[in-house]
Design a protein around this ligand. Structure first.
Ligand SMILES: NC(=O)c1ccc[n+]([C@@H]2O[C@H](COP(=O)([O-])OP(=O)(O)OC[C@H]3O[C@@H](n4cnc5c(N)ncnc54)[C@H](O)[C@@H]3O)[C@@H](O)[C@H]2O)c1
Ligand SMILES: O=P(O)(O)OC[C@@H](O)[C@@H](O)[C@H](O)[C@H](O)CO
Length: 383
């Protein structure tokens, strides 16, 4: 079985690639990073090290790479013949891989009606559906109708902390042992892909919201407040009692939303939170706050990990999400020259101020109570 995976980065190699290999797939990684591609083609294998109290090494074999930017024709051919297509490139990159996928599907659909599933494994709600929308922009009406019959874009939630790797180690990845990959089976075309570790569900929404609004909202707390307090790793920030207090508070606010919206059992959700906090404190993982804080404009998006649960919290409880508002203030104060979105955010703030910037990046209406709640913390924190 042949899988084509877009993005030979942290999660691509450290999670998706490893499970595909363990499930018997040969994986072709499509990426734009020549160094990684060359190394993949030279070595044809790499190691994933699970780091916890005990270490385990997984050898990931039957892998190769292709620079999809400089070799689009080969990428299209590979997509046209694939048994499964996956992607972990970042939410903002999905639009840029859509044309290649569309061209691959056109070639495929000309010769066969064999079903294919395309799974976006990104930290976002409806990632595969959004990718489908971008792909369909490159298809004509007839091709769209054919794709509706045979090409599935099941949404997915993926969870494993994969930090940036040490310089010099091009392919090897150190990851936490924990993982979760949940895929929406109702959108699958043909047989469900046999991938070890995938949990199939009918409705993904509860799972992606629980993951994004617990793991990723929680992670944002030591990231942004950690950077604000000049810590460099998540681990260091987790040792700060003030940060921990906001973390517990934020997860209690999102917990109220997730449990009420999706009817999760309260005590099971408490256990889910406890486990996540333990994962953030894994002393064997060194994860920089700048990785977890990357892309602050995306993270202030209307449907992302902070604004959506904070808005729902206000709607559902009528209370102010004090802790989420603190973290959102931390995002607005996130100043990192190395991060393109952080620079753009700070430029916007310099031009039009915190309040107008928050409103424009989050899509919140003027006068939304969340804006006032956040501004209280911005005013205290910026002093
Ligand atoms: N790292 C984690 O802990 C983790 C966990 C769960 C989900 N995710 C999600 O997975 C996605 C990827 O995250 P990551 O941490 O692996 O990032 P990463 O930066 O390590 O990997 C992204 C890869 O995509 C490649 N890429 C960029 N543009 C491309 C293009 N046009 N075509 C093909 N490849 C391209 C990059 O070169 C890079 O190798 C994100 O949506 C992230 O939120 C990450
Ligand atoms: O990948 P991002 O930028 O959406 O979020 C940063 C981290 O919170 C994220 O990568 C987590 O490590 C991951 O989602 C854990 O499953």
């Amino acid at each position: 079985m042949q899988a084509v995976h877009f993005g030979a980065g942290n999660i691509g190699r450290g999670f998706i690639g490893a499970l595909l290999h363990q499930s018997g797939y040969q994986t072709l990684f499509l990426d734009v990073n020549d160094t990684v591609i060359q190394e993949l083609n030279q070595k044809r294998e790499y190691e994933v090290t699970l780091v916890g109290t005990e270490q385990e090494i997984i050898s990931v074999k039957n892998v190769s790479g292709l620079n999809s930017s400089s070799h689009p024709d080969e990428a299209i051919e590979a997509i046209s013949k694939a048994d499964l297509v996956t992607a972990a490139v970042g939410p903002n990159v999905l639009a840029h891989i859509a044309e290649l996928i569309a061209e691959g599907l056109k070639v495929r659909m000309r010769v066969s009606k064999e079903p294919l599933n395309v799974i976006a494994c990104e930290n976002m709600i409806n990632g595969s559906s959004i990718l489908k929308k971008h792909v369909f922009e490159y298809l004509n009406e007839e091709e769209r109708q054919a794709a509706e019959q045979s090409i599935g874009f099941p949404n997915a939630a993926v969870d494993r902390i994969v930090p940036d790797q040490r310089p010099g180690n091009i392919l090897g990845v150190a990851v936490e042992p924990y993982y979760e990959w949940v895929v929406e089976q109702t959108s699958i075309k043909g047989e469900r892909p046999e991938v070890k570790g995938i949990t199939y569900v009918d409705d993904l929404n509860p799972y992606i919201e629980r993951k994004l609004f617990t793991v990723n909202t929680g992670h944002a707390v030591p990231a942004y407040l950690g950077h604000y307090k000049k810590y460099s790793t998540i681990n260091e920030a987790m040792g700060d009692e003030e940060i921990k207090k906001v973390l517990y508070g934020a997860l209690s606010e999102t917990g109220e939303v997730v449990v009420r919206q999706h009817k999760f059992d309260q005590s099971e959700h408490g256990e889910y939170i406890r486990k996540i906090i333990e994962r953030f404190s894994n002393p064997y993982i060194s994860d920089y706050v700048t990785r977890v804080a990357r892309g602050p404009i995306r993270k202030l998006g209307q449907n992302d990990r902070l604004i959506r649960p904070a808005s729902l919290y206000i709607q559902l409880t009528g209370k102010e999400p004090v802790n989420l508002a603190t973290v959102i203030a931390g995002v607005l104060l996130y100043d990192n020259e190395q991060d393109d979105e952080a620079r753009r955010l700070q430029d916007q703030i310099a031009e039009k101020g915190y309040e107008a910037t928050l409103q424009s990046v989050s899509g919140l209406a003027a006068g939304d109570p969340l804006i006032a709640a956040v501004m209280k913390h911005v005013n205290v924190m910026k002093r």
